[in-house]
Design a protein around this ligand. Structure first.
Ligand SMILES: [Zn+2]
Length: 204
C-alpha cells in the first residue's frame, strides 16, 4: 500500500517540493466495498509524469485497495485504520517514501464516514543524499532478495537487524556484487511495535 502512496521516482522530489510549498496533497478515496473510487489531480500528475502506468487513474480506479497491499501485517493495520476511520476516528501516521537520492518523510491522515474513506498524504521533509543503487529502479538486479521495511525503509541485513540503506549496503557488500539484489517488502521490528501500539489504541 505504501508503494501505492509513494510512486517512487526522482521526479517525485520536484513535485514534493511543490507539495511542501503550496500544501498540495496526494489524495485517494475508497468506497464501502474498499474499491478505489477517487484519486486527485496531484496523484494523476505523479503517475503520468513518472511513467508509472500501473498507477494511472485507469489502472487503479474501481480496483480493490487490497490488490495493492501484499504484506500481511500492513493489511491488518490498514483494515483496523479503515475500520476506525469509518467509525469517524481519524488516524494519522508517519512513514518514509525514499528514492535512490532522497529521504522523504511523509505523513498520512485517514478520515472517513460511513463507507467512504479518504487517504491524504503530505511531505513533511526531504533530505538529499548520495544516490543509493539499491533503491534505484533502473539498477540491474540479481535473483537474490533483501527485505525493505515498507514503513521506515530500513533494510534487513540478516536475523533481526535492520539498517538505513547507506549502512545496509556495506553490511550486505552490495558493491562487491555484479548486480544489485531485488527488494521485497516487509516490516521491521521497530515499525511492528509502532503499528501494534497504534492498533491497540484504535481497538481500545
Ligand atoms: Zn521499519
Amino acid at each position: 500500500m505504501l508503494e501505492l502512496n509513494c510512486l517512487r521516482t526522482a521526479k517525485f522530489h520536484r513535485r514534493s517540493e511543490i507539495c511542501m510549498n503550496n500544501g498540495t496533497k496526494v489524495v485517494y478515496r475508497i468506497d464501502s466495498q474498499d474499491r478505489i473510487v477517487f484519486v486527485n489531480d496531484v496523484w494523476q500528475h505523479f503517475a503520468s509524469e513518472n511513467d508509472a502506468p500501473d498507477y494511472a487513474a485507469e489502472g487503479v480506479l474501481n480496483r480493490s485497495l487490497w490488490d495493492f497491499i501484499t504484506d500481511s501485517t500492513t493489511r491488518q493495520f490498514y483494515q483496523e485504520v479503515i475500520k476506525a476511520a469509518r467509525g469517524e476516528k481519524p488516524v494519522t501516521f508517519n512513514f518514509r517514501c525514499d528514492s535512490a537520492e532522497y529521504r522523504r518523510f511523509m505523513k498520512m491522515r485517514v478520515t472517513g464516514e460511513t463507507g467512504l474513506v479518504q487517504f491524504e498524504t503530505e511531505t513533511l521533509a526531504v533530505e538529499q543524499r548520495p544516490p543509493q543503487p539499491l533503491l534505484d529502479r533502473h539498477s540491474r538486479r540479481s535473483g537474490e532478495l533483501v527485505v525493505i521495511c515498507g514503513w521506515c525503509k530500513k533494510i534487513n541485513i540478516g536475523q533481526a537487524i535492520w539498517k538505513e540503506v547507506e549502512h545496509a549496503i556495506e553490511a550486505l557488500r552490495v558493491f562487491e556484487q555484479e548486480k544489485i539484489p531485488q527488494l521485497s517488502h516487509g516490516m521491521c521490528h521497530g515499525c511492528y511495535v509502532m503499528v501494534s501500539e497504534q492498533l491497540k489504541n484504535l481497538c481500545g
